[in-house]
Design a protein around this ligand. Structure first.
Ligand code: PHE
Length: 341
């Protein structure tokens, strides 16, 4: 080995490192000097065979040169690192002067818009809002509400039963109306009770006017000195607020529900506008049946109660002029977008 050429190694390294095009090629050049088969490995092997003085002399020299080349390597690594970073920065830079893409906000489903509106209106009348489970037991959904055991509404053709019973052995089902929420609330609270209970309800039905899942809003008002006229006053006021017009007439038409006596269907008609003077059924209602009052744990001689149950779909269709119920649940964005605010 000619140790005189050692000095040339530094300039050789300089030209090799500076000729590298990126970090990868630079690392290849590093291997040329420091790799397993690199120049320095060879040099150190060779000096092993020299005598002590020579070993010292050349060893020192080799180490000096090695250090210089290592410095060079560090210098070039830095240069290439910076170059790569700069390249990334320019590639990924964002042109803040480009016009924005715009953001689109989703919209609240019309049924939910009605739901919230109705809550606000009844809250302003002093009603509380309550909630209850969609999976109900058959006692709360039917029996407590004075539905005879052979009442057709209980039949498998109308009600979605669930294949399990609750921990008291009662059959479970998807609630067929929001009225069971009356039961749950009245059992746990003392009159005066003034609540609405909106929610999803389920029946085995599917055509242009029925959906297996639909929404109702239940109202219950129990006190010791109220009459049907209170219910009529509140409900008429509600309709005026909901439809934002006083040009609405309301009538109570005798009807039947097992849990109210007397019972009435609430009809309404607009007295102006395109559909004027057409009576439309809008809600069931009635005076809480004494047997139901007992099931609430309340004395029917002391308390009097009024209840109503209205379809949210119906109210929403009338408010927005929608004529096919199925549109609510088809998920067509063109339909949904019409209700964005
Ligand atoms: N639960 C009845 C229905 O689903 C509506 C109703 C509620 C009637 C409260 C009277 C009183 O049709």
């Amino acid at each position: 080995m000619n140790f005189v050429v050692l000095d040339d190694l530094v300039s050789d390294a300089e030209s090799r490192f500076s000729a590298a095009t990126d970090l990868v090629t630079l690392e290849n050049e590093k291997a040329y000097f420091f790799g397993k088969k690199g120049i320095f490995t060879k040099l150190f092997k060779e000096i092993k065979n020299l005598n002590f003085d020579e070993k010292r002399k050349h060893g020192n020299k080799i180490n000096q040169i090695k250090k210089k080349i290592e410095h060079l390597l560090t210098k070039y690594r830095k240069i290439f690192n910076e170059a790569e970073l700069n390249k990334l920065l320019t590639e990924e830079s964002i042109d803040v002067t480009l016009p924005g893409r715009g953001t689109s906000l989703g919209s609240v489903h019309p049924i939910m818009q009605s739901w919230k509106r109705i809550e606000e209106i009844f809250c302003s009348f002093g009603f509380d809002i309550i909630d209850g489970p969609e999976i109900e037991d058959d006692w709360t959904n039917f029996t407590a509400l004075n539905n005879a055991l052979d009442h057709p509404a209980r039949s498998m053709q109308d009600t979605f039963y669930i294949d399990i019973n609750d921990d008291q052995g009662l059959p479970l089902l998807l609630r067929t109306h929001t009225s069971p929420m009356q039961v749950r609330h009245a059992k746990m609270n003392h009159p005066p009770i003034k609540i609405i209970a909106p929610g999803k309800t389920y029946r085995i039905d599917n055509d242009s006017t029925h959906s297996p899942m639909f929404h109702q809003i239940e109202g219950l008002w129990i006190s010791d000195n109220i009459s049907f006229s209170h219910l009529k006053g509140i409900y008429t006021n509600f309709l005026h607020c909901f439809f934002e017009t006083d040009n609405i007439s309301v009538r109570f038409r005798p009807s039947f529900f097992p849990f109210t006596e007397p019972s009435a269907e609430i009809d309404m008609k607009f007295t102006t506008g395109p559909n004027k003077n057409q009576w439309m059924e809008i809600s069931g209602s009635g005076q809480v049946h004494p047997k139901v009052m007992l099931n609430f744990g309340l004395d029917p001689k002391r308390y009097i109660g009024f209840a109503f149950g209205s379809g949210l779909e119906r109210l929403t269709m009338l408010r927005y002029g929608i004529n096919d119920l199925r549109q609510f649940y088809e998920g067509d964005l063109r339909f949904a977008r019409q209700f964005s605010k």
